[in-house]
Design a protein around this ligand. Structure first.
Ligand SMILES: [Ca+2]
Ligand SMILES: [Ca+2]
Length: 249
C-alpha cells in the first residue's frame, strides 16, 4: 500500500440539483440593492453541462444594464464584467469543462485596483486586466441558467449552488467553499442558493416555486420551468443510524 504523491482531488457529487432544459428554463432573483454590488464582488457557482451547446450562461447579472456574466463558451470558461468606466472585460479559454461533471466556477473583482480573478474548481485559474473602475451599477435581476429572463443563452444542465458575496474572497476561502459547499464562508454573503428539497417552496403562495436564499437577505429566486431533481436516491433500507442520513440542510 502506497501513499499518494499529491492530494487527491475528489470529484464533487450533489444529491440534488436544479435542472435547466436549455430552452427556456430560468431561475430569476429579483433586483435588490444588496445585489447591486459595485466595489468588491465574488460569485461562485457549482454547475454541470450535459450537452455540447457552444454558448451557455450559468449565472448572470445581465438584464437591463449588464454587470457580470459567468458561463461556458465552446466548452471553455467564459466571463464578462463591466465597470463604471465603460470598460467591458472578458476572458475566454480559462479552464476546460467536462460534460456530465460537476465544476465550481467563479469570479471576483476588487475595485481598489481593478483586480479581476477567475476560479475553477476551487483554484485560481487566471486574472484579467481591467480599467480599474468600480463595477457599474445595475437594477437588473440576477438570472441563473441563462443570460436574461426572456431571451438568453440557456444552460442545458444542472446548478446546485450559487453564492454572491459583497467582498473579495481569499484563495483559501474559495477553496474552502469548493470543499465544504454545505458550509460556505458566510461573511458578506448576499445570495446563497443550495439545491435541496428544504430550499424549494412556494413561500409567497403565488403558484411559482421559490429557490430560497439562505443568506438571510431574502433574495429568493423564482423557478420558471427550472425544477429540483434528485440525483442520488435515498437508500431502500436504512442500515445506518438516522443521524447519518439527515440532510445537511
Ligand atoms: Ca422549459
Ligand atoms: Ca412563490
Amino acid at each position: 500500500m502506497s501513499m499518494p504523491l499529491s492530494p487527491v482531488r475528489l470529484e464533487k457529487v450533489f444529491r440534488y440539483a436544479i435542472f435547466f432544459d436549455g430552452v427556456d428554463d430560468v431561475a430569476v432573483v429579483p433586483y435588490s440593492p444588496l445585489l447591486d454590488i459595485t466595489d468588491n464582488l465574488t460569485v461562485l457557482a457549482f454547475f454541470m453541462t450535459i450537452a455540447p451547446i457552444p454558448d451557455q450562461k450559468i449565472v448572470s447579472k445581465y438584464p437591463g444594464v449588464p454587470q457580470w456574466v459567468i458561463g461556458v463558451y465552446n466548452s471553455r470558461a467564459y466571463t464578462e464584467l463591466w465597470t463604471a468606466g465603460g470598460g467591458y472585460s472578458s476572458q475566454n479559454y480559462i479552464g476546460t469543462f467536462r460534460l456530465g461533471r460537476w465544476h465550481q466556477y467563479g469570479i471576483s473583482y476588487r475595485s481598489s485596483d481593478g483586480y479581476y480573478t477567475v476560479y475553477l474548481d476551487g483554484e485560481r485559474a487566471g486574472t484579467i486586466s481591467t480599467d480599474g473602475w468600480p463595477l457599474r451599477s445595475s437594477t437588473g435581476n440576477t438570472v441563473i441558467g441563462s443570460s436574461t429572463d426572456t431571451n438568453g443563452l440557456h444552460l442545458l444542465g444542472l446548478v446546485s449552488q450559487v453564492l454572491v458575496y459583497a467582498r473579495v474572497l481569499s484563495d483559501d476561502e474559495v477553496m474552502w467553499n469548493y470543499n465544504n459547499f454545505e458550509d460556505p464562508v458566510s461573511g458578506s454573503l448576499r445570495l446563497s442558493l443550495f439545491a435541496h428539497p428544504d430550499n424549494v417552496s412556494d413561500i409567497d403562495n403565488d403558484g411559482i416555486l421559490e429557490w430560497i436564499d439562505l443568506s438571510g437577505h431574502g433574495n429568493h429566486g423564482k423557478l420558471y420551468g427550472a425544477r429540483l431533481i434528485t440525483l442520488i436516491k435515498d437508500p431502500a433500507r436504512v442500515l445506518t443510524s438516522a443521524r447519518a442520513l439527515t440532510p445537511a440542510r
